[in-house]
Design a binder for this molecule. Structure first.
Ligand SMILES: [Ca+2]
Length: 512
């Protein structure tokens, strides 16, 4: 019977909410909506979950794929569009002219394009930055550019190509560039593409594909290989390799506080993973692909791990997504309750997870069902975290991740203890945040019978409002003449934007 009630509730949820909330969050919503008898006199509080919200800062973009900052004290955000432009977001607005436009050099799109940008640690003095793009021949190029005399314009004639890597297929190009705390440039390379790594490249130390590379952009022309790279001196191995066994490390990042490295490695058919490398590691990890996909054998199907492989710290299957988008460990100042949380997401489902570590073990929970096509996370100079929505045309956007903290309280009071059939039941909702900031909020309201089965759910439409510290909504629900007299409950949850994490109920009677 319980299962049948849940099915009914799913069917009755407003369509807009159902579309935005994948299975995991619906399950959470329904568990809260149906599974527990609420305290009717006091608000129900969140169970230790930080509620995040997204705040759109830039809209109207075409396929944004990377977010970076220059680290020069201006706190501008640089947004890479896949077709080959880098735009600047400065002081609350998008500048009209691109910082750089290399569209004429770039193959786009699919998994090709301008895929990554990183600024030299001494950018403020030398003006150097680095891009990763797919050239017109379909191969990966890592090139250096320099800013012009105008701080908001790069010099397109300053290009110096550091590295060109043949790509046998159009997919799995990696694309991320990051400078590590050691000052070296790290480059994520996919396995060359197709499916299943047909050339077994990720395990081949003689190839740059399927690897994380580390190069010294200051020590040679066009670059030098750090003497401490793990395979320097290994016969047949490429000295640039820092770690291997990667399938498509589309996005990776360093924890700006500790220097730990997080790699989101996109899986094959079934498993998405986040790999980890502690700060100070000598490198050389084999992250498993194609021997393993996540923590499962892939090729071969059994006896794939001789004990030398480094398994992921986080993993999810394809019921929750299709491609992991590695994110950032939050070290910003604005939302201390997110501090130390590694934020990451999935391209297809738009789920955003938060992962935390205790005693070496990582646990992860869905913080937000964004409904976005997440292509990247990025940080500003202060460590605040942003997420890119990979919309085409003018549908792409950049959002800032905010927290409205925990706990929040949702209180509900009714205008009367009973209502006639055909009448209206007035109610007030009060939502309390634990810090004063404006967020988008919406509410769901529904009427359920004494057993918790929803009997009305869309009479009061969800509404989105701007709010400060406390949100107050006064509304009413229409009670149809057909509803049998008896005892019912009005339930209200913080809907849509927060997966119904909070829900509270009050009892009332329907009379003749
Ligand atoms: Ca792996």
């Amino acid at each position: 019977m319980r299962e049948r009630e849940r099915m009914t509730a799913v069917a009755r949820l407003p369509r807009r909410v159902a579309r935005l909330a994948p299975a995991a969050s619906l399950a959470a919503l329904l568990a809260l909506a149906l599974g527990i008898e609420p305290d009717r006199e006091r608000p129900v509080e969140a169970q230790g979950t930080v509620l995040i919200a997204l705040e759109a800062i830039v809209t109207g973009l075409a396929n944004p794929v990377a977010i970076a900052n220059a680290g020069d004290g201006w706190n501008r955000l640089f947004i890479a569009l896949q077709a080959g432009q880098i735009l600047i977001y400065d002081s609350g607005q998008l500048l009209p002219n691109p910082f750089l436009d290399i569209s004429s050099l770039v193959s786009c799109c699919g998994e090709q394009g301008l895929l990554g940008v990183a600024f030299h640690p001494s950018y403020a003095s030398n003006g150097f930055f680095y891009v990763n793009y797919t050239n017109l021949a379909g191969d990966t190029v890592v090139a250096r550019y320099r800013v012009s005399a105008d701080a908001n314009l790069a010099d397109p004639a300053s290009a110096v190509i550091l590295l060109t890597v043949d790509q046998p297929f159009t997919n799995h190009n990696g694309g991320q560039l990051q400078f590590g705390p050691d000052g070296y440039l790290y480059i994520g390379m996919g396995d060359g593409g197709s499916g299943g790594d047909p050339g077994n490249r990720a395990q081949n130390l003689g190839e740059l594909l399927g690897k994380l590379l580390r190069i010294d952009v200051d020590g040679g022309t066009p670059y030098a290989i750090p003497a401490t790279n793990p395979f320097v001196g290994t016969p047949g191995a490429r000295g640039e390799i820092w770690a291997y066994g990667l399938r498509n490390p589309w996005r990776f990042s360093f924890d700006r506080l500790t220097g730990d490295l997080f790699i989101g490695d996109v899986g094959q058919e079934s498993r998405e993973e986040v790999d980890f490398q502690p700060a100070g590691s000598p490198g050389g990890q084999n992250y498993g692909w194609r021997l393993m996909e996540g923590s499962a054998c892939y090729d071969p199907a059994t006896n794939c791990n001789n004990g030398s492989l480094t398994l992921p710290i986080l993993e999810y299957d394809h019921s929750l997504g299709c491609a992991v988008i590695g994110g950032s460990r939050y070290r910003g100042r604005e939302f201390p309750d997110l501090s130390g949380t590694y934020l990451y997401g999935d391209f297809c489902t738009g789920l955003i997870w938060g992962a935390t570590e205790t005693g070496g073990a990582w646990t992860s929970s869905v913080l937000f069902a964004s409904g976005l096509l997440i292509s990247a996370f990025g940080e500003d100079e202060s460590g605040e975290v942003y997420v890119a929505h990979y919309g085409g045309g003018t549908d792409g956007a950049i959002y800032r991740i905010t927290s409205i903290g925990t706990p929040c309280a949702l209180a509900l009071s009714l205008g009367a203890g009973s209502v006639r059939r055909g009448g209206r039941l007035g109610f007030d909702v009060r939502l309390t945040h634990n810090r004063p900031r404006t967020v988008e909020q919406s509410f769901l309201a529904w009427v359920e019978d004494a057993r918790g089965a929803p009997v009305l759910s869309t009479t009061v439409p969800a509404r989105r409002i701007r709010a400060l510290e406390e949100v107050r909504v006064r509304d009413s629900v229409s009670i149809p003449r057909t509803l049998p007299p008896g005892t019912y409950r009005l339930a209200v949850s913080v809907g849509e934007m927060h997966q119904g994490v909070l829900v509270t109920r009050r009892t009332f009677r329907v009379v003749e």
